[in-house]
Design a protein around this ligand. Structure first.
Ligand code: T3D
Length: 263
């Protein structure tokens, strides 16, 4: 199945949705149109039960260079960046974090500014050796947005996040791995294969269980232990009634691989 957009490619095959930022001559810099299309694509991923795994990546040599700066150069005096964020990036980042399906960022090249935000909002980042990460906000006299301040310090700690955000230093893939910014670094030729393997694994996994795990991780980070334990109990009450839980137990007892269907 293929849906047509202007600035992204959206393809669904064998339970995997692939969303490709597609403005390669601008290093996939994000326009307002692209933000809207991405939100539509992620809403489709949420609605369509046949989609059990999502990959986001970039066309050409970049993942995304962040906000398209030519859009910022042509704003009227009444334009509000706060509203632009509220109606655009904020909705998009929340749609990704609330999507109860695994999102893999296949980071093929530079991820900067809001493009970095997109990569950080994914659940797993697989980077090419050629990928680089740059906060970019400081370079144009802005503060972080698109969830970068929130996610970055959870991933790499506040001191490293401060340095990364305020120096605007470009971090290469191997350093990003050492920092905990990405899950895995592979050579450029292997990037597609490694990501496909992981996306296929997730497309055959117990999707509800993964979604509930994501819900738990999102929520318990801010909770005291007593509340987190109670929340885990409530989530397990949901998981135990899924088809895939019953199948997992049956398959174990029958000494065969489970056939998960995603519900
Ligand atoms: O509106 C709001 O809501 C505010 C939100 C802001 C969120 C943000 O994302 S702020 C950060 C915005 N991003 C940037 O400031 C990054 C700007 N780009 C760069 O610093 C560099 O391009 C990179 C470090 C990302 C990559 O460098 P390099 O040397 O690999 O590539 P390049 O030659 O600079 O770029 C290639 C082309 O893409 C070039 O066009 P040309 O000369 O070939 O015609 C360049 O102008 C274009 N490009 C790169 N980034 C952007 C861009 N065009 C528009 N917007 C960009 N962000």
């Amino acid at each position: 199945m293929a849906t047509t957009f202007e600035t992204i490619l959206f393809d669904v095959s064998e339970g995997i949705a692939t969303i490709t930022l597609h403005r390669p001559d601008r290093l996939n810099a994000l326009t307002t149109q692209m933000g809207k299309e991405l939100l539509t694509a992620f809403k489709t991923c949420a609605r369509d039960d046949a989609i059990r795994s999502v990959v986001i990546t970039g066309s050409g040599r970049g993942f995304s260079a962040g906000q398209d700066l030519s859009e910022l150069a042509h704003v009227s005096p009444e334009w509000s960046v706060g509203d632009h964020l509220r109606h655009g990036y904020n909705r998009l980042i929340l749609a990704m974090r609330k999507l109860e399906k695994p999102i893999l960022a296949k980071v093929n090249g530079v991820a900067a500014g809001a493009g970095l935000g997109l990569a950080l909002a994914a659940d797993i980042r697989i980077a090419s050796e050629e990928a680089t990460f740059v906060a970019a906000f400081i370079g144009i006299g802005l503060a972080p947005d698109s969830g970068v301040s929130w996610m970055l310090q959870r991933l790499i700690g506040p001191a490293r996040a401060f340095e990364f955000l305020t120096t605007g230093r470009k971090v290469k893939a191997d350093e990003a791995l050492a920092m905990g910014l990405v899950n895995r670094v592979v050579n450029a030729e292997a990037l597609d294969m490694v990501t496909d393997d992981m996306a296929s694994h997730f497309a055959q996994a117990p999707t509800r269980s993964i979604g509930l795990t994501k819900r738990l991780l999102n929520k318990v980070a801010m909770m005291p232990l007593e509340q987190a334990l109670e929340y885990e109990a409530q989530i397990q009450d949901i998981a135990i009634h899924t088809h895939d839980h019953k199948e997992g137990v049956r398959a174990f007892l029958e000494k065969r691989p489970p056939q998960f269907v995603g519900r």
